[in-house]
Ligand binder design. Sequence first.
Ligand code: GRF
Length: 193
Amino acid sequence: MKIAVFASGNGSNFEAIAKSMNQGEIEGAIVLVFSDRTDAYVLERAKSLQIPVRSFSPKQFANKVEYEREILKELEAKEVELLVLAGYMRLIGPTLLNAYPNRILNIHPALLPEFPGLHGIRDAFEAGVKQTGVTVHYVDNGVDTGPILAQKRVNIEENETLASLELKIHQAEHQLYPEVIQDVIQAIKKTGN
Ligand code: GRF
C-alpha cells in the first residue's frame, strides 16, 4: 500500500508511522510526505529517513482547487493509495476528497465528537474533564467530523499539567495511529475498497 503523509509541523506522528513500517508492523510504504509549509520540521525528519518530500503553500495558487490539483498530480505520479493526515492544519477540499473516497485518515488529539478544532488537548484540559484521548477517523468535508475508526483514552490526573497531558496524548497517538493504519490496510486488501 503506497501512502502519502500530509503534515504541517513537527511530524512526530509521521515518524512513529515510519518507525512502525520499518519494524514491519504496517504493510505499506510512505512514498511521499507533503507539507503546506516549506519550513515544517516534518520535512527534515522525512529527508533524514530518505522519504521523498514535496512542499508548497496554497498561497502560491489562485484558489484551493488549483492547490489541491497540484497535490493530486504528485499523488498520482507516485500512485498513492492512502492519505494519512498527521497534523495537517488545513481542511481537505472536494478535489482530494473525490479522488480518495474513504482513503483519507486523520488523527485528532481528543475523544471526538468532544473538543474538535485546533486546540483539542488544551480545550479538554481547560474544561476540567477527567478523561480525554485521541481519535483516528476518516476525513470528510467537516472539521474533525468523519466516521470514527478508533479511540484511545487518556486519564487526566489531579496533578496533571497541560505539558504532561500533551506528552501523554502524543504517546497515545504514536501507539494508536500505526495500529489503525495497519487495520485499514488489511480491510482494504480484504474487501478491495
Ligand atoms: C497531533 O497532536 C495531531 O493529533 C494533531 O496535530 C498534532 C501533530 O503532531 N492533528 P505531530 O506533528 O505529529 O508531532
